[in-house]
Each structure stands twice: as C-alpha cells, then as structure tokens.
Design a protein around this ligand. Structure first.
Ligand SMILES: O=c1ccn([C@@H]2O[C@H](COP(=O)(O)O)[C@@H](O)[C@H]2O)c(=O)[nH]1
Length: 307
C-alpha cells in the first residue's frame, strides 16, 4: 500500500491527506435535518448525518487527493452506529480510489495489538472463512508499549501489504512532556524514530517502508532531524492549518526527491464553509468549499518546495 500511496501522490502532485473528522456541529443544517427526519435525534440519526456529510466531501475532492484519514474517535462518540459510519466512509473512499489511513492510535500488549491489527488491517478467521472487519490501508500506532506492541501490526502489514504510521513526535502543545525527555542525552522521540527506521527496514516497499511515522507540522525543527533519522519512512504530518502549522516550514519533512511526507488537514478542509474565507459558498455548498480549500492547500504546500 505504501507503493500505492506514493503512486497516488506522484500522479496528483499532491502530498495531501484530508482528515475526515466529523463533529455534528460541522454538519450543515440541511443534512442534519434529513438524517434526523429519517432516524430521529438518535445515534443512528447522527451517524447518518456524518456519513452523508463525509460522502459529499469525498465526492467533491477524491480526484484531487491521494488519501483520506478518518479519525475513529469522531465516529466512536456515536457508538455502534458511528462505527458503522466509519466503515461505510472507509469503503466509499476506497471505491473512489483513495488510500485510507485509519487514525486509530492503537498499541497494547502483543496479543491485544494483534487483534487490533487483524481487525483494522487484516482478516479475522471464523471457521474456514476469513472476514475483514474494517478496511483501512494504514493505521496510526502508539509505540508506548514497545516492540511487542508494534510487531503484530508489522506482521499483518507484511501479509496484507499494508502499513502503519508510528507516533514519533505529535503535534499537540504538550507532546514534549514525555516525548522530549532525554535518555542518555537523546530525546525520546529520536529514540522512537530510530526504532521506526529499523522496524521499517524489515518491511520495505519499492522505495519507502511499510512503517511510517507521525511528526507534527508544529515542530519543524524536529521534523528536519527526524527526516534524516528515518530516510525510508513516510512521515504523516498533522498539525497544518487549524493547529497553526505552516507550509513555509514543511520543506524539511520531505526528502530531496520531493516525496517522503504527506500533510494532513482535517478541520481546515471539512469545515472550510464555516471559515470567513470560504463563507460565500454557504452551507448548502459545503463540499465545494472543501474542494476549494484542497486546491488552496495544494498551492500553499508548493511553497514548501521553495528551498
Ligand atoms: O500528532 C498528531 C497525531 C494525530 N493528529 C490527528 O490529526 C487530525 C488533525 O486535525 P486538524 O483539524 O487538521 O487539526 C486529528 O484527527 C488529530 O487527532 C494530530 O492532530 N496530531
């Protein structure tokens, strides 16, 4: 799947992933009304509203972007119907040729990690048949439990040719509380990055590894160092836009070949119609506003390549 991701990025000249992080408050009134008229103001109604909202965004952007990143928390808040909307969103995006990065941030003791990996990336054996629970191509993995929490994901990736992005340096303001702590004079995030690089060597695609990393756009200096520590790992870069990360700081996240990083924007794209800049689209045309926001992001990121 890393090969497919790189191919999509090259073809579209767009190292962009749209984060499908739907909150009910982002869903335009007319979509909420239709969903609630059909299912009532229930979990089912909310799940229908976020699914219809996502579908509109996918329809209006799929020809511009290589991938989407649904954030599972946004769906889990609506319980089982929300999870069904997550799965429907993943399947629909896949049918449009998009690579699916499930932002699930899982990681546990080995046996439990294996169940997460099988559920999200692999197939579960039931009797003499195998079933896919969810259908992501990549998932985000929390490495806090160490190698035995990560390896089960790698094993499933090997079998299914899928991939993971391991949290290395996250974009949030307090990420340094633990991640920047020094061990023998080296910050923890650098030690995690070294592990990512060595895990990655075991599961290589054509040019990049099945094992990528998450490094926040809000920490560009660290991004520069981490790029060098993990030359063969794709970096998923959240934090652009709504969290303050700027295109002008992102060049160091990329390799000399112009590849190696994919920048996420969630609220910046899916809530574009609620921003002053795109307000002329109106709520009815929220999906057109999202399309324009993707086009603007693509232009903005071109600055990243002005070295
Ligand atoms: O370090 C991290 C890891 C993951 N995220 C996730 O990315 C999106 C960002 O959303 P925006 O609206 O573009 O800020 C969201 O799903 C986070 O959970 C991150 O922000 N930082």
């Amino acid at each position: 799947m890393i090969n497919q991701l790189v191919k999509n990025i090259k073809k579209l000249d767009a190292p962009i992933v749209v984060g499908l992080d739907p909150m009910l408050s982002y869903v335009p009134e007319h979509i909420q009304k239709a969903a609630f008229d059909e299912y009532g103001e229930t979990l089912e109604g909310a799940a229908e509203a976020i699914w219809q909202y996502n579908k509109g965004i996918i329809d209006s952007t799929y020809d511009l972007i290589p991938a989407v990143k649904p954030q599972i928390a946004m769906y889990e808040q609506f319980g089982v119907p929300g999870l069904a909307a997550f799965q429907k969103t993943c399947e629909y995006a896949k049918s449009k040729g998009l690579v699916i990065i499930g932002d699930i941030k899982r990681g546990d003791i080995g046996s439990t990690s294996k169940a997460y990996a099988v559920g999200h990336l692999g197939q579960v054996q039931i009797g003499d048949k195998k079933f896919s629970g969810f259908c992501e191509d990549f998932v985000t993995v929390n490495p806090y439990l160490g190698s035995d929490g990560v390896r089960p994901f790698m094993e499933v990736c090997k079998e299914e040719k899928k991939g993971i992005f391991v949290l290395v340096k996250t974009s949030n303001p307090s990420s340094g509380e633990f991640q920047d702590q020094e061990i023998n004079g080296r910050p923890l995030y650098e030690l995690v990055a070294e592990k990512v690089a060595s895990w990655g060597e075991e599961v290589m695609g054509d040019d990049y590894s099945y094992v990528g990393a998450v490094v926040g756009a809000t920490y560009p200096k660290m991004g520069e160092i981490l790029r060098k520590v993990m030359p063969k790992s794709y970096i998923l870069v959240p934090g652009y836009g709504a969290q303050g990360g700027q295109a002008k700081d992102l060049a160091p996240f990329f390799n000399e070949d112009g590849l190696g990083a994919i920048v996420n924007s969630s609220r910046g794209i899916i809530c574009a119609y609620q921003q002053e800049k795109y307000s002329s689209f109106g709520a009815e045309n929220y999906a057109d506003a999202s399309r324009q926001a993707v086009l603007d992001m693509k232009e903005d990121l071109k600055q990243a390549f002005v070295r």
